[in-house]
Design a binder for this molecule. Structure first.
Ligand code: HPA
Length: 237
């Protein structure tokens, strides 16, 4: 069933087996322009830009996921199921719940906790904690080690809500669920990988803290982002 309603590529050959997914499609464009060679554009539908190129001679794709589980749910499903993509690695930002996390720290996500109905609605999955693929994580951890980039490994919260009426929820989720930080996509991505027998992982940089209320500027975010990108791009095959 290609093209799909949301991706216009006419053949799976136009997309690499491994796709990096930032939330922001303009980030995908920036990554393609800055890091990749021999770049082709495989999607422009709804501005959710997708590119394929080579990194150190190895093929890799990069495409925006949009924000939130419904959005990454659509794009990751179509890439896995209809475009024969094997690995999706989300590269995103998160808000710290743990007082031990500093701005710009890099997290390799071990598992995502969520109160979201996504996994149950999609496939009657009743678990509220879903793991990243262990093999991809092992590769990511080894790459980080070789590049001398320190990383945290742990559980994060995938939230459906950015602006909450209730305050203090981060303390509870850190204490009771062991969530180090919050983002809004991993749980749906991991679920889709599970039901389609594919692999997914997620690397995050800390862009703000719910504990200290510090926030990064867009320039500072860019610098932290480079560290994460160095790790992710080495996953090219
Ligand atoms: N909440 C949810 N998602 C996020 C945040 C946050 O504070 N920061 C970066 N992604």
């Amino acid at each position: 069933m290609i093209p799909t309603p949301h991706i216009e590529a006419k053949s799976p050959d136009l997309i690499a087996k491994t796709v990096l997914m930032p939330g922001d499609p303009l980030r995908a464009k920036y990554i393609a322009e800055k890091y990749l060679e021999n770049v082709t554009t495989f999607n422009t539908v709804r501005g959710m830009l997708g590119f394929t190129g080579t990194y150190k001679g190895r093929r890799i794709s990069v495409m925006g996921s949009g924000m939130g589980m419904p959005s990454i749910g659509i794009y990751s499903y179509e890439l896995f199921k209809f475009y024969d993509v094997e690995n999706i690695i989300r590269i995103g930002s998160c808000g710290a719940y743990s007082p031990d996390l500093k701005l710009y720290d890099v997290i390799i996500v071990k598992a995502a906790y969520s109160e979201s109905s996504f996994a149950f609605a999609q496939g009657k999955e009743t678990k509220d904690v879903l793991s990243a693929n262990a093999e991809l994580n092992e590769k990511l951890i080894n790459i980080a080690k070789n590049l001398n980039i320190p990383v945290h490994l742990g559980r994060i919260h995938s939230s459906d809500v950015f602006y909450r009426e209730e305050s203090g929820i981060h303390e509870k989720l850190y204490r009771e669920k062991g969530c180090l930080a919050v983002e809004m996509e991993s749980f749906a991505l991991f679920h889709n990988a599970n039901v389609l027998n594919k692999k997914a992982a997620c690397i995050l940089t800390v862009s703000d803290s719910l504990v200290t209320h510090e926030a990064t500027t867009s320039h500072e975010r860019q610098v932290a982002f480079e560290q994460m990108m160095k790790i992710a791009l080495e996953m090219a095959e």
